[in-house]
Design a protein around this ligand. Structure first.
Ligand SMILES: C[S@@+](CC[C@H](N)C(=O)[O-])C[C@H]1O[C@@H](n2cnc3c(N)ncnc32)[C@H](O)[C@@H]1O
Length: 295
């Protein structure tokens, strides 16, 4: 049996090696590499809930761009704590939210309860959606489906469950801007992901997005918007993301034990990039919105 040693979000992993005993901190990888990758994603994103304050305004922007109306059947893919789903449901849409991470779905349920809206929640994987073909009027994802390892599989699923003439819309991080640069920096401190995993920031490149959508859609629209994150200093911002953002949480956990001086070097580089986007106690995070109609 082939053995693959690697890490996902800084979690040490032995892939395809069922006989091996796991040491503390390793994830159970008696699975294939992609399943192991997703298991690590689940762990990495479990602390994301406090970030919902910042993804809430962009959620309203995406819902507006998608043109969601009362009565629409909407699927929010990789919904996290349900900020997009709840926003759409408050407009009178019939909403389903799906995410890999149970801790976030728990918060999503609470968000729907507080907002007094009915939403159907599913724990699941965008690469294998548990829905029939062509049932949704809108399939939407905010900084979410990009984390599926295989873009072609995720996109095929999102388009499969969308009605003909329906809208697909998503917000993504361009590689050359703040969040894209952060992902690249974090990735440069980690072992490479398993073969076949595409970087999430590819979804921030309009040329590639157009190519991926191909002939399945028409009426493609691209737009730019900005997520503003308040912070007292670049270091405050980093400290917050070290506790909440999936890739950062695990990288810092792992380096703190294995190589504190490497962690210090990482933090210096991180703070320097943040400083470029930090002004008047706000970190500016520009992103891409894509919207298209399924043919
Ligand atoms: C940056 S968060 C975005 C959450 C939410 N959409 C928002 O805007 O606040 C990324 C989300 O993707 C989810 N995710 C990652 N891989 C996934 C997969 N293969 N299928 C479903 N959800 C996934 C994570 O659990 C996490 O909730």
């Amino acid at each position: 049996m082939r053995v693959y040693y690697g890490a996902v979000f800084g979690i040490k992993a032995k892939f395809l090696y069922p006989e091996a005993a796991l040491v503390p901190g390793e994830i159970n990888v008696n699975l294939n590499p992609l399943e192991s990758f997703k298991a690590a994603q689940k762990q990495g994103w479990a602390h994301f809930a406090p970030l919902e304050t910042h993804t809430t305004p962009p959620a309203a922007r995406l819902v507006k761009r998608a043109g969601i109306r009362t009565g629409d059947r909407v699927l929010d893919v990789a919904c996290g704590t349900g900020v997009v789903a709840t926003t759409a449901a408050r407009l009178g849409a019939r909403v389903t939210g799906l995410d890999l991470t149970p801790e976030l779905l728990e918060r999503a349920r609470e968000n729907a309860r507080i907002a007094a809206v009915e939403i159907e929640w599913h724990e699941g994987d965008v690469e294998n959606l548990p829905f029939d073909d062509a049932v949704f009027d809108v399939v939407i994802s905010q900084y979410g489906h990009i984390f599926a390892p295989r873009p072609d599989v995720a996109l095929a699923e999102m388009l499969r469950v969308l009605k003909h003439g329906g809208t697909i819309a998503f917000s993504t991080w361009p590689p050359e801007l703040f969040v894209g640069r952060m992902f690249a920096l974090v990735a440069s401190y980690m072992p490479p992901p398993p073969p076949g995993v595409s970087p999430p920031t590819q979804w921030g490149d309009p040329t590639l997005v157009r190519e991926r959508l191909g002939t399945a859609v028409n009426d493609i629209l691209f737009d730019r918007a900005t997520m503003l994150v308040p912070a007292l200093s670049p270091e405050h911002f980093r400290s917050f993301t070290e506790r909440t953002a999936g890739p950062m949480v695990k990288l810092v956990e792992s380096l703190a034990v294995s190589d504190p001086s490497k962690l210090a070097a990482f933090r210096r580089k991180y703070d320097a990039i943040v400083a470029e986007y930090f002004e008047e106690n706000v970190v500016r995070q520009d992103y891409l919105i894509t919207r298209a109609k399924k043919i």
